[in-house]
Design a protein around this ligand. Structure first.
Ligand SMILES: Cc1cc2nc3c(=O)[nH]c(=O)nc-3n(C[C@H](O)[C@H](O)[C@H](O)COP(=O)(O)OP(=O)(O)OC[C@H]3O[C@@H](n4cnc5c(N)ncnc54)[C@H](O)[C@@H]3O)c2cc1C
Length: 404
């Protein structure tokens, strides 16, 4: 097996590296220490978008906010392999990420199913980074069984009227638009009565209530809809065919690669941390665990190569993408657990920006980053499809086992 870049790929990698070296915003990158400043910026929230705006502009000028998109829509028209190289270099350099749901899967779905009017109205704001998008799919009673969703959309003149509730909507409090699934035909079989809308979050009747997660951050929200009017022009695809549009969105969501590099970075930081503080001895169990995690991080990398190779050949990864997601998310939790073992009881401390002189602030290892990673890792085996659902996909579609 040959994992080396072709001449063309090596030249592209060099171009990305040179760009990152020159243009990376201050406070980011390996030289700044183990991503601690990046964590600070993200936690401050406001700065996250402040940094992103300037950085996003630079990336957008090269079409690199949406590397996979066709050039006519402001992307860079990269091949699958170029995207992978680009993501790999961005992650390795610890460059701040841009885009998210907009460039990752809302925009690509609009490109696939949108009218010319929808594309020209919505895509420029995504590519420029001005418009943040969120995904209103899950509901309190409909997560894994998404097609059972109950939020309703009833046609009334030139509008649809939306009533119901979404939950776990990442970034809803910042979003300008939502990709929204709602039931337009309650009498049809569950997959056949759903429509897909591109909702303006400023519409009257939309109520966003942020939820605080166990790491203390407001990552996602509950979103309530009370008689929200959505113009019919904001229906994506055909009425009652929204489920099939949504599966395209989910395919784009599942095929986004990059986590394995993030894990290798985290492990690298941890090893640096342990070496820096070691007085020549280390708990032997922890030492062996670190060796185990490093083998697993390499396995995760190779699994993601498999998905990329399939995509590069024009095939659509299916159970292979589930395997990557499952393995990477569970590894995320194992790495975080090992990290806490390395830092011991100090791992309970978080640095406190309001009280920089406090003992907690001073003694929190890596400014509390390992502890926060541990808390955040819990949800990684739930978000974007739970481990049980992914194992089910692998068992039935991958191994051909019966469904029942
Ligand atoms: C951090 C985070 C961010 C998220 N962001 C978004 C977002 O932006 N937009 C959005 O729409 N949603 C989002 N979600 C929601 C996410 O998609 C759902 O949480 C997920 O699909 C699981 O659904 P659920 O929480 O309703 O759990 P349920 O589906 O109720 O599952 C409960 C348990 O039952 C198991 N289970 C369910 N069905 C089966 C089955 N058939 N076989 C075996 N076991 C089963 C599950 O694995 C799980 O352990 C986010 C979730 C998290 C954690």
């Amino acid at each position: 097996m040959n994992f080396r870049d072709t001449e063309q790929e090596a030249a592209f990698r060099k171009e990305v590296r040179a760009f990152l070296e020159k243009e990376m915003p201050g406070g980011f990158g390996k030289a700044s220490g183990p991503a601690a400043k990046q964590d600070d910026a993200v936690r401050r929230g406001v700065d996250r978008f402040g940094v992103s705006k300037e950085w996003t502009k630079k990336l957008a000028a090269k079409g690199w906010t949406a590397p996979a998109w066709p050039k006519e829509y402001g992307g860079a028209g990269m091949t699958v392999m170029e995207q992978f190289i680009f993501n790999e270099e961005m992650a390795t350099a610890r460059a701040p990420r841009t885009g998210g749901i907009g460039t990752g899967f809302a925009g690509p779905t609009v490109i696939t199913y949108g009218t010319d009017e929808q594309k020209s109205e919505l895509l420029p704001g995504i590519v420029s980074g001005e418009d943040i998008w969120c995904q209103g799919f899950s509901e309190p009673e409909s997560g894994s069984d998404l097609a059972s969703l109950k939020t309703s959309a009833v046609r009334d003149g030139d509008d649809y009227v939306i009533n119901g509730q979404k939950i776990w909507t990442t970034g809803a409090q910042f979003a300008k638009r939502m990709i929204l699934l709602a039931r337009t035909d309650p009498d049809a079989p569950k997959h056949k009565g759903i429509s897909y809308f591109l909702l303006d979050m400023k519409s009257p009747g939309v109520d966003v209530r942020p939820l605080v997660n166990m790491a203390g951050t407001q990552g996602f929200s509950e979103v309530f809809f009370e008689d929200v009017r959505v113009p019919a022009k904001d229906l994506l695809g055909e009425e009652n065919r929204g489920w099939y549009v949504a599966t395209t969105t989910l395919d784009f969501e599942r095929s986004s690669i990059g986590t394995s590099i993030a894990q290798q970075n985290q492990l690298e930081d941890l090893i640096v941390y342990v070496k820096d503080r070691s007085d020549g001895s280390l708990n032997p169990t922890v030492k062996l665990e670190l060796a185990e995690r490093s083998i697993e991080a390499e396995t995760a990398r190779l699994l993601s190569y498999r998905v990329i190779t399939l995509q590069n050949r024009g095939q659509v990864p299916n159970h292979e993408a589930s395997a990557v997601k499952l393995y990477a998310s569970e590894l995320n939790q194992r790495v975080a657990t090992t990290a806490l073992k390395c830092v011991g009881l100090y791992g309970q401390l978080d640095r406190n920006s309001e009280e920089p002189e406090s003992a907690a602030h001073r003694y929190a290892p890596s400014r509390g980053r390992f502890m926060r990673s541990y808390l955040n890792a819990v949800s990684s085996t739930i978000a974007g499809g739970t481990s049980e659902i992914n194992r089910g996909v692998m068992a039935t579609r991958g191994l051909g086992l019966p469904r029942g």
